[in-house]
Design a protein around this ligand. Sequence first.
Ligand SMILES: [Zn+2]
Length: 730
Amino acid sequence: MPRAVKLPHVSEDIHHPYRRGAGPHGPTPQPWTSAPQQPPAPQRHLAPQPPPVHPASTIPISAPPHREPPDPTSTPSPFPFPAPGLPPPTLSPPSLSSTSSSQPRHFHTREMFHNAQGFVINNPQFIDASHAGSGLERLLRYSMPAAFHDSGVRYPPPKCHLGTRNDYIDLITNWALEASDRKEPILWMHGPFGVGKSAVAQSCAEALERMNKLTATLFFSRSNSDHDDPQRVFTSLAYQIATVCPSFGEIVSKRMIDHPALATKSLLKQFEYLLVQPLSQVDIAGSGLNGRVIIIDGLDECCGTAEQCEIIKIIAASAHERTTPFRWFITSRPEDPIIRTMNSPAVYPARSRIELPVSRKVDHEILVYLTDEFKVIREDHGLPESWPSEEALALLVERGAGLWIYVSTVIRFIKDENSFGPEDQLRIVLEFAKDVSGKVGPDNPLAEMDFFYTLIIQRVPLKIRTTARKILLACSTLSGFPSSIAATLCLSAEQLRRACASIQSIMELRGSDFESMSMNFYHASFLDFMKDPQRSKELSIHGDFLIACRRELLEWLYNVCSRSTDSEHTTFPLGTILPEDRLAAGHYQYVWCLFWRLSQIPEHPFDSQTARSLAEFPFRKMLRLLGDRSEWRIFGGLVRDNLPAELRDEVVQWGRCPIPRCMYTEDVWVWGHGENAIIPILSGNGFISMTNQDRCDGRCLCGAWMQIAHHERQNTDIEDTDTEDANDDD
Ligand SMILES: [Zn+2]
């Protein structure tokens, strides 16, 4: 059965969570015209194509068709680049296989490296590794080199500003070096959106690489199709292990040649055939692989929650059984499936956990970052020492509110070369930061954050996306009390928790029942984004979505008013299912309140049909059903502004009390018209949801004395106080 708050007119969002490219409103937002110099905006497509595999000569940017294959002996093999500190690769004997003479396997230098990024050729030693070459080439084709920590595609990668985040970097490197109390082979760091997890992971990768303690890295990126494929996780790791351990490389290469379909197997089989079995044939102690670290950053951005969980389980099982010699550092947002898997009995004993929270404790680090970045910009552009002002810096730290991505996004915007220069860009940022409404103009300093926010909402499963958006609408309009939100939307605590679980990278819902629940958004910019249809487009909770919600709430209120008698006997329409009885009392009040709050949000005019329904609304009954338990303030002027001119006076107006013989001479708010009119009690610029109507002691609805004879006034004291029309009697 449908819930009370149902939106028959709201079109469902038709973005598939993982669909890229064109949506109903054109391509996925790519607001890159002004800000981006950072991922996610790869303009180059350097990563290998997934299967089906083309013949080598047809792979894009491969060697020209008729070019002579180069002499293998003068061509670098794919893995003769030992990492410092590792034994040099052994020289393989010349291949004696029968096929090698009749059908020599060659590889093209350009093919070999056309996807490879970030290689440094140290002391190259050339070996005949034609088998290895073609096998590793195949492996590379099934890998995600663009997601390696030193990939050119990711350059410059986000990393911690010098002198910041040292506590976390030390903690992680100490774990990696087995110099801390944390002995578990898996270290999981979780934190919400924008808190800087990838920067910490990148800084750790670079630190561990300098210590020869790094084996392989994968930085997932949902916004980039070359960075999020679960099928290419273990191939990527195997490829990188091959580059630091040639004996492993030879084994894996041969396997890839003998079993060309290996890379298309299930994740578990890939792990077994490409990692576990080859490693079992390697002299681990002599290879230098023992205890080396593999970093997997942003596991939640890997495509598919089932795959994310499977990857964790496979790694944990291997760590538990010691079938691989590595230590695994994994980062992710605190998403439900990952949390459940990490806490499962199979994984829990093998992992240690750290949290990277959004915290104002990093304000001083953010100030250091901003100060240093502005210094560089100032020197580059010959700007005076006084730029930017201390107030500007303080405002940016304040608006950053502990969220690294906010300040790094702002800095990239200020540095944007396609602009009138940093001074002008900073002016735009400051205007934006000072504006409490958070609305953007044509220059959006937070375009990059908006892109991430869009991805987060698009990933909410369609089944619960409308509910999630209603929760956000209620949060931004009412209070952030979970029980109020649930009472408004007819949600149980569990339903609320599940709907919020899909957006917990930007908000936090603690507790499992209403008594203990609290709700918190990590950064104000998210609701600003969701409220601005210019930024969040068809995902916005304002605009058409708000108007449809409001229409639906009004229909429901109308229905309740026509079925109910008083606040003690409220009858809800069929289909209103309250998951808990305790919510019933508040349900009408919260729906009522949400409707009126939505009615006074500027720039959201009523359509003529809804406005006409509102003009005919039974205001007196509406208020009577509210009872005296709640007192909400309403700004009549804002509601009027959203109404068509010809209906304004019928819904709400400021003027003389319309009740005949009322003695009041000042202006009052009049809500409704004719027999339905009520005179609510003034409050500030508006009025509250109460009248003096029940004080039938001879006063008007507005509370003023009526022109009435003394003996009649005495009689009214014993009359039924529920008779509203008593005052109209002559
Ligand atoms: Zn009056």
